[in-house]
Design a protein around this ligand. Structure first.
Ligand SMILES: [Zn+2]
Ligand SMILES: [Zn+2]
Length: 497
């Protein structure tokens, strides 16, 4: 697999024999979505491949909790305007359920990562700063301020003002870091003097009083945490991008070899035919936890790992059933026992026939020909798979995938041919000649040719009589899951209407 190739390349590097630290992370400024998860999964896969090769390897996750809130995102209330510019760890939770804004988005993601079975050591940037882990790095950055200005100019072409500071002070009065100007450096006292647009002037110390600007912060962190491998979005990998500046700052200022880069492509979301990159700030994304409500962790991993990092992944939640089909065909069925025997696509039909009533679902499964033993584990496996199916129907399924078996014959008009076909179908069912989904499916073709109309017209008649619409789930499965008495009665009624 691609992660094996990457691991081999990493170990070819000079320091390959040392301990490997694979780093990943994110700024928790909005819902952490499955596009962000791709990075974590890539890191985890490479880390495991390194271990398989006998290397000592650790997976770490750095949450940029000390980054400022950049702007009032569309999902925030107007009151949050006053928090723009403050570090995410110092802003209240927009929904009031966690200790801070940062935790509100970070913790659900970490829970989801645990459900995915990924073990990683988590660092929170605000704690790293407050604990003093960055003090030396801040001093070096301030002493080599001019060289950093030059590196950024050489790599990006961007001209920074002569008073530019790699360290941004947080105003002690208003809490913002986007409104302060650093006036003086006091390396001995480990603090800077700043003034703020709010009128405040004071000192900001190196232990939580501010933070390195992002390009410098990234490079500093490599050395602080001994990072040797890091996947990151391809935007950072472009020529003159942040990896290029980070690499030079790391090597020239911090004398630390930049980590092995693993750039990766976006996960694109297709909604109503429109395709766009997932974005927390625009709100066009699927949070990891929400995705794990509709598929088991192994399917999410399958989606995000089956392509090489530099190939983009397009995901259409409305077509999730196709993805799960593929997974169940190519990798393994979901669940154990009876749950594993029933394809996910069939579950989507069964839970709708059962109208989301679990006891009814068990009856429907039995009726469809599966021999239930009633053992607790078997029931639990069915319950879990059924929940995935009903959650998908509720959250993402297109209207075309939804149906309801009508209690009474819907008002539909059928041709004479269709009526004859239903009548014949009813008598075959009454005679007990059809039972399994496959038999029902074949019988529809037999009846169509006996009556002399196209099979698609018979399928249509079946859907109309049962669902009141002219299309539906696979007819064989649908018919096998309904009681024979019901089918006979309904088809005869439709035939004589
Ligand atoms: Zn919360
Ligand atoms: Zn201020």
């Amino acid at each position: 697999m691609w992660w094996d190739e990457i691991a081999d390349e990493i170990l070819k590097r000079k320091r390959g024999a040392e301990r490997q630290v694979v780093a990943t992370g994110i700024t928790p400024s909005g819902a952490i979505h499955i596009g962000n998860l791709r990075e974590t999964l890539i890191a985890d896969a490479v880390c495991n491949a390194l271990r398989e090769r006998g290397a000592e390897a650790e997976l770490i996750y750095v949450a940029d909790t000390f980054d400022p809130l950049r702007r009032l995102y569309p999902f925030l209330r107007k009151e949050f305007e006053e928090h723009v510019g403050k570090p995410l760890s110092e802003i209240p939770d927009p929904e009031g359920c966690h200790a801070s804004y940062a935790e509100h988005f970070l913790l659900p993601f970490l829970e989801a990562v645990e459900r995915l079975g990924i073990e990683m050591k988590v660092f929170k940037a605000d704690e790293m700063y407050k604990k003093g882990m960055y003090v030396e790095a801040i001093k070096q950055a301030l002493s080599h301020r001019k060289r950093i200005i030059n590196i950024i100019k050489e790599v990006t072409g961007r001209e920074l003002p002569p008073n530019w500071s790699p360290f941004n002070a947080i105003c002690a009065e208003c809490g913002r870091m986007n409104t302060t100007t650093v006036l003086k450096y006091d390396l001995k006292g480990e603090r800077v003097r700043y003034k703020c647009e709010c009128g405040c002037e004071g000192f900001a110390d190196f232990r939580g009083g501010g933070k390195l600007t992002w390009r410098v912060d990234w490079a500093a962190r490599w050395k602080i945490l001994s990072v040797t491998v890091e996947p990151f979005g391809k935007d950072h990998a472009s020529a003159g991008g942040s990896y290029d500046t980070g690499k030079r700052i790391s090597e020239e200022i911090y004398e630390y070899e930049a980590p092995f880069p693993i750039p990766f492509e976006h996960v694109l979301l297709r909604v109503d035919g429109k395709v766009e990159a997932m974005s927390s700030s625009r709100g066009t994304n699927i949070p990891v936890g929400e995705m794990l409500d509709v598929v088991p962790p192994e399917v999410l991993k399958f989606l995000l790992l089956r392509k090489r990092p530099m190939r983009h992944i397009e995901f259409d939640p409305a077509l999730l059933v196709n993805l799960v089909d593929e997974y169940e065909r190519e990798v393994a069925p979901i669940g154990k026992g009876i749950a594993a025997q029933i394809p996910f696509r069939h579950f989507v039909t069964l839970v709708q026939v059962a109208r989301n009533d679990f006891n009814e679902l068990l009856k429907v499964i039995k009726r469809s020909g599966y021999a239930l033993t009633g053992e607790e584990e078997e029931i639990e496996e069915i319950r879990r798979k059924a929940e995935y199916a009903s959650n998908w129907l509720r959250k993402f399924a297109p209207e075309t995938a939804k149906f309801e078996v009508q209690h009474a014959l819907p008002a539909v008009s059928l041709t004479e041919g269709q009526k004859n076909a239903l009548k014949m179908l009813a008598s075959e069912i009454r005679a007990g000649k059809v039972q399994t989904a496959e038999e029902y499916h074949n019988k529809i073709y037999d009846v169509a040719s006996a009556v002399g109309i196209p099979a698609k017209d018979v399928f249509k008649a079946v859907y109309l009589a049962l669902l009141g619409k002219d299309s539906g789930p696979r007819a064989g499965w649908l018919l096998a899951s309904l009681s024979r008495e019901f089918l006979v009665k309904r088809f005869e009624e439709a035939a004589s209407a």
